[in-house]
Design a binder for this molecule. Sequence first.
Ligand code: NAP
Ligand code: ZN
Length: 348
Amino acid sequence: MMKSVGYAAQNATTPLAPFSFERRDPGPNDVVVEIQYCGVCHSDLHQARKEWGNSLYPMVPGHEIVGKVTRVGGAVKKFKAGDLAGVGVMVDSCRTCPSCKAGEEQYCDQGMVGTYNARDHKGELTFGGYSNNIVVGERYVHTISPKLNPAAVAPLLCAGITTYSPLRHWKAGKGKKVGIIGLGGLGHMGLKFAHSFGAHVVQFTTSLSKKEDALRLGADEVVLSSDAAAMQKHANSMDFILDTAAAPHDLNAYLALLKRDGAMALVGLPEVPPTVITGALAFRRRSLSGSIIGGMPETQEMLDYCGEHNIVADIEMIPIQKINEAYTRMAKNDVKYRFVIDMASLQK
Ligand code: NAP
Ligand code: ZN
């Protein structure tokens, strides 16, 4: 077994603290990554604090991982020692169901194996990226462009793909009016992508203080969602809305902004389920849908797109010792726009 160190939650209420554990020895198809940077996703906070009710402890969160390959198994083709590599939200899936065969492994019929807070196919608990190393099958490891700042690439592995995938699926691009709800870790990536794809982008926010940032990041218009008159101006006009809000909010107010046959996709996962007024959907044949991350091929496509278009996250780097403070600040909506842990701090 390989020795690992990291930070773990032992239950829903005590702070994350140093934790030693073991990872499997790499098999022929495995890649060993020495973790350099790990983004801090709101899903880490939801799960560490058991907000979704499905938490397994001890939990080492972290699914926005970038690092250096230190070792590869004999059958590995894509990587060699020294390469930059990325690991996102999943580390395995059944590989045989229609979704896996289609490269949409996040929708695996057996359920994907999460990078943390999950059990692998041997029943062992998985441990995530708030740690010094990780062992992952090659299929679930991505190549990273050396042109980009690796710390700012880390959030692409979850926040990036979770917004890129639905924006591509619903064809956000030239000639489309696209809304992004929430300017957080996911939202700011959604905004960058929608702008880059050529859409007319309306950023919805609960925080007036983020207006200038939203414009800088590519918004054509910014709407304070509590301003009913400003919301009304967009009624029946939007082709697609991507909802990234992490807290409960009224979906109907946004559904009313979709034009006929417009669609809204939920990627935010607040702990309280929303209420939807049927008429808000039926009267303009609108649809409400959802999406999780993206499959392995699309995640690589997104990373390559970011390399070509010089797109990364806006980050605030923290040492691992500040992780509990970072959670408190994220819960208060006080991050621009993603915390990233500098994993070198683990050695301090
Ligand atoms: P985050 O950085 O904390 O951003 C969330 C944003 O939600 C905030 O910045 C805020 O933006 C907005 N918000 C907060 N309260 C709101 C309210 N009452 N009404 C409307 N908007 C509100 O979180 P994140 O890491 O981007 O994650 C967002 C959500 O997506 C979380 O629930 C997370 O678990 C989920 N998630 C889902 C997937 C997936 O695959 N589907 C992947 C990753 C994360 P403003 O200040 O601009 O209002
Ligand atoms: Zn995430």
